[in-house]
Design a protein around this ligand. Structure first.
Ligand code: FAD
Length: 503
C-alpha cells in the first residue's frame, strides 16, 4: 500500500460534512488489515497522529485530521457475506461499506433468506458502517428499533500498538467496572471503566459504560479513539410486510408537540416520529423556487407551520390500518385536520417521503455554503441533544426563547419521538455566529440539568468536546482519558475527538 504525501488533490479528505477543514501530512487507503498494520507502524515510527475516516459524512468533525496521517477506509468496502445463527441472519462487512450499498446487498438476500433489513437509518446513506459504528449512529427508526449499537454483534479492532481484538457479543464482559480485554496474541488490556452513569435517553456522548458491560459496547460509539474497526458483524431484522408513512401538516408547533406525546402514548407500531418546523420548511420552499432538481418534491402550503412524519411498521394490512386509525384519532385530538395528511404505503411513496426529508438538511447546508462565501468564518451550528420524555415541551420552550431573544434564524428538524431535534442556527455574520455558540453552550448546560445528552447520535467528535465535560463533569472526563490511555498510551488515534485539545 502506498502512503502518500498529502497534496491539493486530497483536499476532500481534510474535511467532513460539519464543514470543518483540517490538515494532514500523509494519507493512506488500506484495503485489508495488513495495510492498516503497515500504516499504523509508519505512524508509530514517525510519531504521527492517525485520523480514521469512513464516509466523511460526520457532523462533529470526528474524521477531520489535525496533522499526521489520514487513514481513509473507504476502500475496505467488501461485504464478506451472510451467516445464519439459528433464526438470526448476520452479515459480516468491512468498515468502508456504505449504507446505501449494504441496503442493496440485503435486498438481494431476499430469495435465500426472506425479506430483511438493517434498521439504523441516518438520513445520509453514504455513511459507512465503520463510521456508523464509531458514532453509534441512529436515524428516524431509532424511535422503535434503537441505534446502531443494538445491531453490532461482533467487531474486529486494531489497536494503536498493532494488537488485534476480535469480539463476539457475549464473549468478553467487564466484571463490574473492570475490564480485562483479551487480544488475539493472548495479551490483555486491563482497564478500570469510568464510574459515571449514562442517562436513560438517546445518547452518543462519550464512552458507553455500565456494570458488567459487553466489550463490544465499549468500541461502539467511541468516536474512533480506542482502535480502528476493520470488520463488523451486523444483525439483520425481518422486514415488516407493511410499511406505511404519513405526514401530518400542522398549523402550530404546540400541536406538533402535543401530537408527539399522544402518539407515544396511544400507538405501538410506529417506527419513527419525525418533525420539521416552520424555519426548515421555509428554507426548503425557497430552494424549491429556483432548484429544478426539487421539482417533484411535494408542495407545502404556506400556512403549514410544522410537519410530523410517522412510519408505521406492521405485520398485516389490518394491523397497519388499525395503527393509522389510532394515529388519526390522536391528530384530531391535537387540532390536526385529517384532510391535510400526506399518505404513502408503497415503496415509491416511501422513497418520496425520504427524498423530502433528505432535501431539508441538504438545503440548509447549501444556504450556509452561500453565506460562507461572503463570510468564511461562519458555519451552521446544529444541535444534537436529547432529553427525557417529560421535558419535550420544556426543551422546545428553551430553544425558542434563546433564538428569539438573540434574533437568530434557525431551522429545526429531527427525531422528535426521542425528544431529539436538531436546532440548526443559521448565522448571517461573525457576531451572530459568536452569539449562537454561546447560546448552544448554555443549552448544553440546561439539557444536562434535564437529564439529557449533549450528543444523541452524531457523536462528540471535535466540535462537542467541551459539551461532554458539561454533561459529565471534569472528574468523569479524567476517567475517560485514563480509559483512552489504557488502549492508546501515546494518544495517537483521532486526537481532538472527545477531549478537544490536550488529549
Ligand atoms: C445530510 C445528513 C444527514 C445525517 N443524518 C443523520 C442521522 O439521521 N442520524 C445519524 O446518526 N447521523 C446522521 N448524519 C451524520 C453521519 O452520517 C453519521 O455520523 C455517520 O455515522 C458517519 O459515518 P461516516 O462513515 O461518514 O463517518 P466519518 O464521518 O468518516 O467518521 C465519523 C467518526 O467515526 C470514526 N470512524 C470512521 N470509521 C471508523 C472505523 N472503521 N474505525 C474507527 N473509527 C472510525 C471517524 O474517525 C470519526 O470520528 C447525517 C449526516 C448528513 C450529512
Amino acid at each position: 500500500m502506498k502512503i502518500e504525501r498529502v497534496s491539493d488533490e486530497h483536499a476532500l479528505y481534510l474535511r467532513d460534512e460539519s464543514r470543518s477543514v483540517g490538515k494532514a501530512d500523509y494519507i493512506a487507503f488500506p484495503v485489508c488489515d495488513a495495510d492498516v498494520f503497515e500504516a499504523l507502524a509508519f505512524a508509530r515510527e514517525n510519531g504521527l497522529a492517525v485520523t480514521t475516516q469512513g464516509g466523511r459524512t460526520g457532523l462533529a468533525a470526528g474524521a477531520v485530521p489535525r496533522g499526521g496521517l489520514v487513514l481513509n477506509l473507504s476502500r475496505m468496502d467488501k461485504i464478506l457475506g451472510p451467516e445464519r445463527e439459528g433464526e438470526t441472519v448476520l452479515l459480516r462487512v468491512q468498515p468502508g461499506v456504505l449504507l446505501v450499498n449494504l441496503r442493496k446487498y440485503v435486498e438481494g438476500l431476499r430469495s435465500e433468506y426472506g425479506p430483511l433489513f438493517f434498521p439504523p437509518d441516518p438520513t445520509e446513506t453514504t455513511a459507512s458502517i465503520g463510521g456508523m459504528t464509531a458514532c453509534n449512529a441512529s436515524g428516524a427508526r431509532t424511535y422503535f428499533y434503537g441505534p446502531t449499537r443494538r445491531y453490532v454483534e461482533g467487531l474486529r479492532v486494531i489497536l494503536a500498538d498493532g494488537r488485534t481484538v476480535s469480539l463476539r457479543r457475549g464473549e468478553q464482559k467487564a466484571s463490574g467496572r473492570f475490564l480485562s480485554l483479551r487480544c488475539e496474541d493472548g495479551s490483555t488490556v486491563e482497564v478500570d471503566l469510568p464510574s459515571y452513569r449514562i442517562p436513560a435517553v438517546k445518547n452518543a456522548s462519550g464512552y458507553y459504560v455500565e456494570d458488567g458491560m459487553d466489550a463490544v459496547d465499549l468500541f461502539v460509539g467511541s468516536d474512533g479513539t480506542l482502535g480502528i474497526v476493520t470488520e463488523v458483524l451486523l444483525r439483520l431484522e425481518p422486514l415488516p410486510p407493511q410499511i406505511w408513512e404519513c405526514g401530518f401538516l400542522l398549523n402550530a408547533e404546540r400541536d406538533a408537540l402535543d401530537l408527539t406525546e399522544a402518539l407515544r402514548k396511544n400507538c405501538s407500531r410506529l417506527a419513527s416520529i419525525e418533525f420539521f418546523d416552520e424555519g426548515a420548511l421555509r428554507v426548503l420552499r425557497e430552494r424549491k423556487a429556483w432548484d429544478a432538481s426539487l421539482f417533484s418534491l411535494a408542495e407545502v402550503p404556506e400556512d403549514v407551520h410544522s410537519i410530523l412524519f410517522v412510519e408505521i411498521h406492521a405485520d398485516s394490512k389490518k394491523a397497519a390500518f388499525e395503527e393509522l386509525e389510532k394515529a388519526s384519532a390522536c391528530l384530531a385530538a391535537c387540532n390536526g385536520d385529517p384532510a391535510r395528511t400526506w399518505f404513502g404505503w408503497n415503496a415509491a411513496d416511501i422513497r418520496r417521503f425520504k427524498d423530502f426529508r433528505h432535501a431539508v438538511p441538504e438545503s440548509v447546508n447549501m444556504l450556509i455554503d452561500v453565506r460562507r462565501r461572503k463570510e468564511p468564518g461562519i458555519t451552521k451550528l446544529g444541535t444534537d441533544m436529547s432529553v427525557p420524555d417529560r421535558c419535550l415541551h420544556r426543551v422546545f420552550a428553551l430553544y425558542r426563547e434563546g433564538l428569539s431573544q438573540l434574533g437568530l434564524q434557525s431551522a429545526v428538524w429531527g427525531h422528535i419521538g426521542n425528544n431529539h431535534v436538531h436546532v440548526n442556527i443559521l448565522p448571517n455574520s461573525l457576531a451572530e455566529y459568536a452569539r449562537a455558540k454561546e447560546l448552544y453552550g448554555e443549552w448544553a448546560k440546561q439539557v444536562t440539568e434535564m437529564g439529557g445528552a449533549v450528543s444523541a447520535e452524531h457523536g462528540v467528535g471535535k466540535l462537542k468536546a467541551s459539551f461532554l465535560e458539561t454533561m459529565y463533569g471534569a472528574s468523569a472526563i479524567g476517567e475517560m482519558r485514563a480509559l483512552k490511555r489504557a488502549f492508546d498510551p501515546a494518544c495517537m488515534l483521532n486526537p481532538g475527538n472527545l477531549f478537544g485539545t490536550g488529549d
